[in-house]
Design a binder for this molecule. Structure first.
Ligand code: ASP
Ligand code: MG
Length: 297
């Protein structure tokens, strides 16, 4: 079994989603697919929250754009017989949940600070809920699972959610190890407080971490991080035309580059897979035959 994670740009357009479908469906072995929100949507969800908290109804126009973008993508990539069901997800989560959450924030009839923060956290999880529903409905034989049912957090001393490692590992095994599906689609990034069930996240860029946790708990054969660059470079290719692609790296080298600010992988991702010796491939959804970067011990 392999875990394949697709980032925001990989699931951000109809063209890239067709690549995602081809990459996943060409796998002969069972796969777990972890997805980010459509590129830019998490930022928009946060921007709308800020507007609504300032009682600025300008969020409504952005929400209409987000809604239309999801509907356009469904029309372009989801097979006809599954489009109705995919559109119902947009109705439930955008026309229903998000519309009501934002209007509650905007009206703000005496919500205290904690209630506002909880609503903001509930809202920001919708990007991955929507993208995973689209990806699950476009890929043949794919079953969607709700990752907050096993990715659990607990508050640290300041109340910031941090991963409950032991519980998460146990639940991933319990829910996914023997589920019998050949292709599973999961939301990256989103989580749940282990005690209250309140929506939480693993932090911006956290979908890579979700994928690593699943790969580690299930002892996957490999973790593939599908992104929009060919792999890790020895320097930033946007600023240095001489930058060389690194075909092999150790976990320690990858960790150093991530900690130094390389945007390729979210830094906490490396430790869980390194601990189990699971190889990590960084591959380009837009150039799938390129060799990519292989990270291992
Ligand atoms: N969608 C989330 C973000 O934009 C998580 C991720 O993409 O990894 O931060
Ligand atoms: Mg990322």
């Amino acid at each position: 079994m392999k875990v394949l994670k697709f980032g925001g740009t990989s699931v951000g357009s109809a063209t890239s989603l067709i690549n995602v479908k081809n990459i996943v469906e060409s796998e002969q072995q069972p796969v777990i697919v972890v997805v980010s929100a459509l590129g830019g949507v998490t930022n928009q969800l946060i921007e709308m929250t800020q507007l609504a908290m300032r009682h600025d109804s300008a969020y409504e126009a952005i929400l209409a754009q987000v809604r239309q973008r999801h509907l356009d993508i469904i029309a372009q990539v989801v097979p006809h017989d599954r489009q109705h069901q995919a559109r119902q997800v947009v109705e439930q989560f955008i026309d229903g949940n998000l519309t009501s959450h934002y209007s509650i924030l905007c009206l703000n009839n005496g919500l205290n600070h904690t209630e506002q923060r909880h609503l903001a956290d509930t809202i920001v999880c919708h990007g991955e809920i929507l993208s995973s529903a689209i990806v699950a409905s476009m890929i043949d034989d794919a079953a969607p699972y709700y990752s907050p049912s096993f990715i659990k957090t607990t508050p640290d001393a300041e109340g910031k959610p941090i991963l409950d490692e032991a519980l998460t590992e146990q639940l991933i095994r319990q829910v996914l190890a023997h589920c019998g599906h050949r292709r599973i689609v999961l939301q990256g990034f989103i989580a749940q407080d282990a005690h209250t069930g309140q929506a939480t996240t693993l932090g911006r860029g956290g979908s890579d971490f979700t994928a690593a946790l699943v790969a580690a708990a299930l002892n996957a054969e490999a973790l593939e991080i599908w992104t929009d660059v060919d792999g890790f470079y020895d320097s930033d290719p946007r600023h240095n035309p001489q930058a060389r692609l690194l075909q092999h790296m150790t976990y320690a080298e990858a960790q150093r580059l991530c900690d130094a600010g390389a945007k390729v992988i979210y830094p906490p991702t490396i430790a869980p897979v390194a601990a189990r010796g699971i190889p990590v491939w960084v591959k380009n959804t837009f150039n799938p035959t390129a060799p990519g970067t292989l990270i291992k011990g």
